[in-house]
Design a protein around this ligand. Structure first.
Ligand code: SAM
Ligand code: SF4
Length: 443
């Protein structure tokens, strides 16, 4: 009797990785595998990894070490994603019990690689970056029943001095607009009402077919798909963030009230050292377009603290930028030296304790800004997509178009699950990271 094929998959890192995993899981199901909840129960153990910062990378080696003993029971291990691409066959030296090392650019061949390990392949690899292919599959197994990701562009052609992505995800390649539109329509027909377009550099999208739509055109068209009530996108590079994107958003409220525009630093000198391809003034021009738009858009960003050579003055400029822009939220990271990157050779490293001090200063400033920004929403009515219920608090959890979590009370539904519905909620309280309110749908 054939034994059942089972797998366990753990995902680290960004939304691109989360969605890659959904597609990998779809492929595994297609090849007769069943997903299980623990390493112990699985025949095949997969880690979809992230190497954007050193801590993320270390996690996968810790996992491989923790579960090494399971190899003796005949279980197979696979390392997927960015660490796989970055470390390549060296993973077999460090963890000989691994059977498969596969970077994201090789996912279109993932099914074939699976067959190789099923047939006893000891050290199977998918590591070529020389591809124009994107990983399009109809077999995606989606985690969320209401919000669906669509990857529209893979890889990255920029060369930010600190970043491994161009080395781990390969060159930029856009999907055809026809295949993106077809997926959006299919998702709408299946009942998904929110679409999130993904790409490491989502707004440098360019349809490779004759129609040659740019990102703003694609946004506008997706927003017109029947049944789609919300469209989000991430991550935009400021250099490719052009005014028509704001115009498209203004023209159709289905395009959510949120722009994530990573700045990384408020100092033009540091931006040049990072090879970010814009100055502070150029970045601020984009912020002005957004602030002068017809709707109020929530603005969020990413910041790296302690890039080599960052002086107190540079850091102060980043703090000043926070005052000037008034972001609604931000992700802040201490600079982490990464293999292959240009910054690795740069002198004038910032000591760890100084990076930590700057990070805390920045986060404290941002917290005060967020408290203020969120308080401005008290009394307003926000439409939320209901994401679930917090039983302990007796509240429903909603997400606003401006991407805030809004926990709210609602009269007893008699056991009806409100998840997936859109409701109007009045904001009654605000904290630094979320809002509280009450349903405004009842009289
Ligand atoms: N493509 C996006 C852009 O250009 O802004 C960023 C994608 S990257 C996966 C997400 C964030 O990780 C970056 O915006 C940056 O702030 C951070 N990051 C990337 N490399 C880093 C490094 N070596 N050290 C610290 N943070 C890093
Ligand atoms: Fe990394 Fe820069 Fe590409 Fe973003 S644009 S993925 S930060 S290299």
């Amino acid at each position: 009797m054939a034994t059942e094929k089972t797998f366990y998959l753990e995902t680290f890192g960004c939304q691109m990785n989360a969605h890659d995993s959904e597609k990998v899981i779809g492929t595994l199901h297609q090849q007769g595998y069943r997903q299980v909840e623990s390493e112990e129960d699985a025949g095949l153990i997969l880690y979809n990894t992230c190497s954007i910062r050193d801590k993320a990378e270390q996690k996968v080696f810790n996992r491989l070490n923790d579960y090494k003993k399971l190899h003796k029971q005949g279980k197979r291990f696979g390392v997927l994603g960015c660490v796989a691409q970055q470390e390549g066959e060296k993973i077999f030296d460090r963890a000989p019990h691994v059977s498969l090392v596969c970077g994201s650019a090789s996912y279109p061949k993932f099914g074939e690689l699976l067959v190789q390990i099923e047939n006893g392949g000891r050290h199977v690899t998918g590591l070529s970056l020389d591809t124009g292919e994107t990983f399009d599959t109809p077999f995606t197994r989606r985690d969320n029943p209401h919000r669906a990701y669509i990857t529209i562009i893979e890889g990255c052609d920029k060369s930010c001095a600190y970043c491994v992505v161009p080395f781990t995800r390969g060159p930029e390649r856009s999907r055809t607009a026809a295949s993106v539109m077809e997926e959006a329509r299919r998702l709408a027909a299946e009942g998904y009402s929110e679409i999130q377009l993904l790409g490491q550099n989502v707004n440098s999208y360019r349809d490779p077919s004759e129609t040659a739509w740019d990102f703003a055109t694609l946004l506008a068209r997706i927003a017109e798909v029947d049944g789609i009530r919300r469209v989000r996108y991430t991550t935009s590079h400021p250099r490719d963030f052009v005014k028509p994107i704001v115009d498209a958003m203004d023209a159709n409220p289905v395009l959510c009230d949120h722009v994530h525009l990573p700045v990384q630093s408020g100092s033009t000198r540091v931006l040049a050292a990072m090879d970010r391809l814009y100055t502070r003034d150029e970045y601020m021009r984009r912020i002005e377009w957004i602030k002068n738009a017809k709707r109020r858009y929530s603005l969020t960003t990413d910041i790296i603290i302690g890039f080599p050579g960052e002086t107190d003055h540079d850091f102060q400029q980043t703090l000043d930028l926070l005052d000037e822009v008034q972001y609604d939220s931000l992700f802040s990271f201490k600079y982490s030296p990464r293999p292959n990157t240009a910054a690795l050779q740069m002198e004038d490293r910032i000591p760890e304790d100084e990076k930590q001090r700057r990070l805390l200063t920045l986060q404290e400033k941002q917290r005060a800004i967020q408290i203020r920004r969120n308080a401005e929403l008290i009394g307003s009515i926000q439409e939320v997509l209901v994401e679930g219920r917090n039983q302990a608090l007796g509240q429903w959890i909603g997400r606003t178009s401006c991407n805030r979590t809004l926990n709210f009370s609602h009269p007893d539904t008699g056991g009806t699950d409100l998840s997936g519905t859109y409701l109007s909620v009045r904001v009654t309280r605000a904290g630094p990271n979320s809002l509280v309110g009450e349903s405004a749908c009842v009289v």
